[in-house]
Ligand binder design. Structure first.
Ligand code: ADP
Length: 184
């Protein structure tokens, strides 16, 4: 059975847990022999979208380019894991429409929790005014209205978040390798 491609789109505030969950999901998929690719916001901004800033126009362009690559991969049967803050609802919807096989995962933790974690020290720099236009501080974040999955990382363990993603993929029929294995 041929693997079905799908884009798993992790959106949420900085420090909410997008990278952590997507890496754990990626590892689990890889161990089951799925073809996957990871497009992580921080890494993408160092190459594919290098030079773009954090205005709304540049953020939208960043997401549009990530969406373009995701689409190419997805239609060739790859499971693509995108983790990007992607704060604007409209561009996320645009990408969803274009890709079709698209699962939105809202990685949600309250700002205070994300700020308390301050994984990369960015909130501190945003609060001091060193960084301007930081999502959640002085730039908007528009939460998904109808995500396929919501992971409340302040209330659930990483393993629960990962399990939720697998459950939904199974439900939507994307875990063909597993089904194929069961059939043997
Ligand atoms: P993002 O990619 O959204 O900026 P990161 O994954 O880099 O966020 O950081 C999230 C931080 O939150 C990590 O230090 C991670 O260990 C921690 N964390 C605590 N609980 C969870 C959870 N349930 N799921 C994911 N991350 C969690």
């Amino acid at each position: 059975m041929k693997q079905r491609g799908v884009t798993l789109w992790f959106t949420g505030l900085s420090g909410a847990g997008k990278t952590t969950i997507s890496q754990a999901v990626a590892e689990a998929l890889r161990s089951q022999d799925y073809n996957i690719e990871i497009l992580d916001g921080d890494i993408v901004r160092q190459n594919l979208t290098k030079g773009l800033g954090f205005s709304k126009a540049d953020r939208d362009e960043n997401i549009r380019r990530i969406g373009f690559v995701s689409h190419l991969l997805t239609r060739n049967g790859v499971i693509v894991l995108v983790s990007a803050i992607s704060p604007y609802r409209e561009i996320r919807e645009e990408v969803r429409q274009r890709i079709g096989d698209f699962v939105e995962i809202y990685v949600n933790a309250p700002l205070e929790i994300c700020e308390g974690r301050d994984v990369k020290g960015l909130y501190k720099r945003a609060r001091s005014g060193e960084i301007k236009g930081f999502t959640g501080i002085d730039d908007p974040y528009e939460p998904p209205l109808n995500p396929e999955i919501e992971c409340r990382t302040d209330q659930e363990e990483l393993s629960e978040s990962v399990a939720k993603v697998f459950q939904k993929l199974e439900e939507l029929g994307y875990l063909t390798n597993k089904l194929a294995m069961q059939e043997v």
